[in-house]
Design a protein around this ligand. Structure first.
Ligand SMILES: Cc1cc2nc3c(=O)[nH]c(=O)nc-3n(C[C@H](O)[C@H](O)[C@H](O)COP(=O)(O)OP(=O)(O)OC[C@H]3O[C@@H](n4cnc5c(N)ncnc54)[C@H](O)[C@@H]3O)c2cc1C
Length: 340
């Protein structure tokens, strides 16, 4: 995967004298780093994980995104002079204020790393995991960054209809589950992952329960034993433009499960809480930006899923690159005007 397109290692690049910090080394952050380094800026990328790549490395399974390609792209960035500060969570290991003080411009590209809760009884039982956390922990172990092996067994139930839910099914099997069921509250035609992914799951032996919603996780001695779920029917369209799933009375059933992976959606995670730094957030906790990726604080830009909410690699990478262009324009002209 190529992150730097305007220059190659070994090219003579005139240093601009400006320093740019990028928070988040996913596709948006890496795409921006590849542009900014070629403009001659000093680029520092901060990431809380032990390896750059974000969800490209720690989220999406190997069979979809071969990791070697991502690693080659990152290696090239290092050869071009991009500085990576890994295992460094902004807001915990280094304060956002410090970055504001030290850099001429900042790009926030921290993605969506908080899992939405289902808000059903028993969600805190041992054996009920948030799918994204399971996926990241699984990859941390798989790639040798953690000694804690993530193993599943017997029957695992995945809840959700997005790409996180679909990939959680494959990884649950890889992690040792004997059977993996997926519960989705609408039908596959309305699933964010799309009909094709659901059909592929079925072809690969995963059991799909459409129009099914968990209503309780039941445990014994603090550990999950059963999932109680209810059948749904499709009602009127809701605010998402899709038919609203409505529970069917007296249709609940209980099924044994050793683990549940909840993939009910992810929430944007800016590297600070509230709007402390004069950086406005939307009601979805995403960062508000103008057309040129400028936030409401001078010198601070944002790109990728932290702006749009959960999206796809292509748009995240493209937004990082476009944000880099805006950063370069700001550094060289000092112009700061909100563009609707
Ligand atoms: C399981 C799964 C499967 C997917 N499959 C596909 C697919 O097949 N095709 C597709 O196109 N898209 C897929 N996506 C979506 C795609 O991965 C994302 O849209 C894309 O990675 C977003 O890029 P980003 O750079 O905005 O954020 P991310 O990739 O999330 O990167 C954000 C980075 O910021 C870091 N970070 C967060 N907070 C801090 C902090 N406070 N300090 C320092 N670092 C921080 C994180 O460690 C991470 O490295 C999938 C997503 C998931 C979860």
């Amino acid at each position: 995967m190529k992150f730097a397109r305007r220059c190659r290692p070994g090219d003579k690049i005139q240093p601009s004298g400006y320093k740019v910090a990028i928070i988040g080394a996913g596709p948006a952050g890496l795409g921006a780093a590849g542009e900014l380094i070629c403009y001659g800026h000093e680029v520092h990328v901060y990431d809380m994980l032990p390896e750059p790549g974000g969800l490209l490395i720690f989220g999406i399974p190997e069979f979809r995104i071969p990791k070697n390609g991502v690693r080659r792209g990152v290696k090239e960035l290092v050869e071009l002079g991009v500085n990576f500060h890994l295992n460094t969570k902004v807001g915990v290991d280094i304060e956002f204020d410090e970055i504001l003080r030290e850099f001429d411009a900042i790009l926030i590209a921290t993605g969506t790393w908080k899992s939405r809760r289902l808000k059903v009884p028993g969600e805190d039982l041992q054996g009920v995991y948030h799918a994204l956390e399971f996926i990241v922990d699984y990859h941390l172990y798989k790639y040798g960054y953690s000694s804690e092996e993530v193993r599943l067994s017997d029957r695992v139930i995945v809840i959700g209809g997005g790409l996180t839910a679909v990939d959680a099914c494959y990884l649950a099997r890889e992690a040792g589950a004997d059977e993996v069921f997926i519960f989705y509250r609408r039908t596959r035609e309305f699933a964010p992952a799309g009909v094709r992914e659901f059909n592929k799951l079925e072809e690969n032996g995963f059991k799909i329960y459409e129009l099914t919603q968990p209503i309780e996780f039941i445990g014994e001695d603090g550990k999950l034993r059963y999932v109680k779920a209810i059948r749904m029917k499709l009602g009127e369209k809701d605010s998402s433009g899709r038919p609203k799933p409505v529970p069917i009375e007296n249709s609940d059933f209980t099924i044994e499960a050793s683990a549940v992976l909840v993939a009910a959606g992810e929430i944007a995670t800016p590297p600070f809480i509230d709007e402390k730094y004069g950086i406005e957030l939307t009601k979805w906790n995403t960062i508000k930006t103008d057309k040129e990726y400028k936030t409401t604080r001078k010198g601070v830009f944002a790109a990728g899923d932290v702006v749009t909410g959960p999206s796809l690699i292509g748009p995240a990478l493209a937004s990082g690159k476009k944000a880099a262009l805006s950063i370069h324009k700001y550094l060289t002209t000092k112009e700061w005007k909100w563009v609707e």
